[in-house]
Ligand binder design. Structure first.
Ligand SMILES: Cc1cc2nc3c(=O)[nH]c(=O)nc-3n(C[C@H](O)[C@H](O)[C@H](O)COP(=O)(O)O)c2cc1C
Length: 410
């Protein structure tokens, strides 16, 4: 089972220690107050969103309350989940430079992307099939993004239609495209999202040939004794699976047999570019060479991502390749990044290394699963608060002023 990250592991350990008869012998003076609080949180778990001190608190609730198959779907990486871990480990290779006596009375988190202003550099990544996590599917997430003024990209594979979500968000959402193996289907999806008011199209390229095996997902599904057939008809074929996704309503799916096509090459980016006047971003970039290719073939932006460790078991974290992508892009296009961001200080480091914005996936779904819209808002608020305090400690009052000079390679 994938572990959430160091903080959670540490907290569980502290919880174990606090509850153990060894605690008095090991810590005669008692645990320090922060540690004691963490230990207490692990031992008792929170009972309301407001009690969460970080996103791992939301994860703990989600893990306790979700059915095993859905938890597996959320947490899984591929093979041994080592690229999930690599995404987290990458942040420990960088620190930031603390600066004193700078006026940081006001901290401005806002960013501009393609002429539009967003309240925070932390955006919601596309996550499919959110009915697995909440009865209202993607709607609480869109409403949370609205409340926080945040950018959100909506998956191709939503349970609720893009139009409904734009109504909930009351602002342009970005639309993520799985191209499928049929260009006609892809074009229809782009045209529909465009007509609904999409702010940009995000073409995901890391699963075109299918991902590597998701073993954690398979293992937890095996342990789920629930009646999966109620919602998942395993006897129906792929077109039937797609037909249950809102964006495929009314499409001729007779030739659509997969979410991607392993034969696609960079020319496909140009093709998607020709279907819309909106900005097109390519998501799933993990090298400087591919960032260059994407821009050469008409992309307006890059999303550095390994799909949260769900595509390839490369053992390379997203933050590890950010510097080479920044060097290849040479400020010609915005660079977004996702994969393992759990702390505001993680976000700070990516912005310092040259990212324009950062997306989170699992953390907001932990919030969604635990507390619905309020849980998503809580995940976003906690990370924004941590980013604000990191900026204050680094003596930087505006996101646009965070630079390479603020980041220290350890
Ligand atoms: C349950 C789940 C479903 C996802 N669905 C999609 C999707 O439909 N399209 C897509 O481009 N990425 C999808 N992703 C990947 C996310 O957009 C993002 O790249 C990843 O979650 C970031 O890593 P993090 O979860 O560590 O923050 C999904 C991720 C998860 C965890």
């Amino acid at each position: 089972m994938v572990q959430a990250g160091d903080a959670l592991a540490r907290r569980r350990f502290l919880g174990f220690l606090a509850a153990s008869p060894l605690a008095g012998a090991l810590f005669p003076g008692g645990l320090g107050s922060g540690e004691a609080q963490a230990a207490d949180a692990a031992a008792t778990s929170i009972t309301a969103a407001e009690q969460a001190i970080n996103v791992f608190d939301l994860q703990a609730v989600a893990e306790r309350t979700m059915r095993p198959a859905h938890l597996g779907y959320l947490q899984t990486g591929v093979l041994d989940d080592r690229t999930v871990a690599a995404n987290r480990d990458g942040f420990h290779k960088y620190g930031f430079r603390a600066r004193r006596l700078v006026d940081v009375g006001t901290v401005d988190l806002s960013i501009e992307l393609f002429g539009q202003t967003w309240a925070s550099p932390v955006a919601l990544a596309p996550v499919s099939s959110q009915r697995a996590f909440h009865q209202d599917a993607e709607r609480p997430s869109a409403r949370a993004a609205q409340r926080r003024g945040a950018l959100q990209t909506i998956s191709t594979l939503t349970n609720v239609s893009f139009e409904t979500l734009i109504d909930d968000r009351q602002a342009p959402l970005w639309f993520q495209l799985y191209p499928t193996n049929d260009p006609k289907t892809a074009r229809r999806l782009v045209e529909r999202a465009d007509a609904a008011g999409a702010g940009a199209i995000v073409l995901t390229v890391d699963l075109l040939a299918g991902g590597m095996r998701r073993e954690t997902q398979a293992a937890l599904a095996r342990r789920d004794a629930g009646n999966c057939a109620q919602c998942h008809d395993r006897t129906a074929g792929f077109p039937d699976y797609l037909r249950r996704k809102a964006m495929f309503d009314g499409l001729d799916l007779s030739r659509t047999t997969a979410l991607g096509d392993p034969r696609l090459t960079w020319d496909y980016v140009r093709q998607v570019r020709s279907w819309t006047k909106k900005p097109v971003l390519v998501k799933g970039i993990m090298s400087g060479q591919d960032a260059e290719q994407a821009l050469t073939h008409g992309a307006d932006g890059i999303v550095v991502s390994n799909h949260g460790g769900r595509a390839e078991e490369s053992l390379v974290g997203a933050i590890d390749v950010l510097p080479e992508v920044v060097a290849a892009v040479r400020k010609r296009a915005p660079i977004l990044i996702d994969g393992g961001f759990r702390r505001g200080s993680d976000v700070f480091k990516a912005l310092g290394l040259g990212a324009t914005a950062v997306c989170i996936g699992r953390p907001y779904i932990w919030g969604l699963s635990a507390y619905g819209q309020l849980g998503v808002e809580t995940a976003m608020r906690l990370i924004d608060e941590e980013l604000t305090s990191a900026m204050r400690q680094a003596g930087v009052g505006r996101v646009s002023r965070i630079s390479g000079a603020d980041v220290v390679k350890l």
